[in-house]
Ligand binder design. Sequence first.
Ligand SMILES: C=C1C=NC(C(F)(F)F)=NC1=N
Ligand SMILES: [Mg+2]
Length: 222
Amino acid sequence: MQEKTSAIKDALKLYFIMGSPNCHRDPVNILEEAIRGGISLFQFREKGQGALSGTQKKKLATALQQVCKEANIPFIVNDDIDLAMEIDADGVHIGQEDEAASIVRKRIGADKWVGVSAHTIEEAERAIKDGADYLGLGPIYPTSSKDDAESVKGTAIIRQFREHGFSIPLVGIGGITSTNAAAVMEAGADGVSVISAISGSEDVEDAAIRLNQAVHSGCANQ
Ligand SMILES: C=C1C=NC(C(F)(F)F)=NC1=N
Ligand SMILES: [Mg+2]
């Protein structure tokens, strides 16, 4: 398998997604604690009620990017391609309503990581043709982190994509916790992505540790 693809597969194991609206305290501290707890990839997703913009958003992005750099964790930016390019992020994540993946790929080049949210086989096929490196599938379970989420899919969508023959790295998203993460891995995902299961936890480091254990118990059973 391609070097880049295997690096992405490994990184997707425990994919923490966060922005200031998801935090009740300093996002930098939360990210540091999540890294200590074993997250393998981080996405800066500054979206929703009270989200920062402009220089404030860029300031927070670069502070979180620095934390990731020091821990050798890849840093992904959600939606905002301009910001990702300005701060030389490791990649971007885009949804169906964002700029087309083909345009994003042209803008950021071959080495950067491009993740795309997909809900159907057709959306996935187009994303792969457009040069996506991984797909985010969900919401697997009911989620409180995204107010315009699509219908809940369950782990069936992961099995469906694998049975269809997709070998592209897949990460589940939506309502994932340490109690249901193993099922996402057993269905064939390369990892799980979480927002509130970590950022909303009383003990962020412990939440990440427990999610990591669940993910590794799940992929062991594959
Ligand atoms: C809406 C999203 C769906 N999936 C993902 C990821 F987990 F990264 F694939 N990130 C998002 N922001
Ligand atoms: Mg988006």
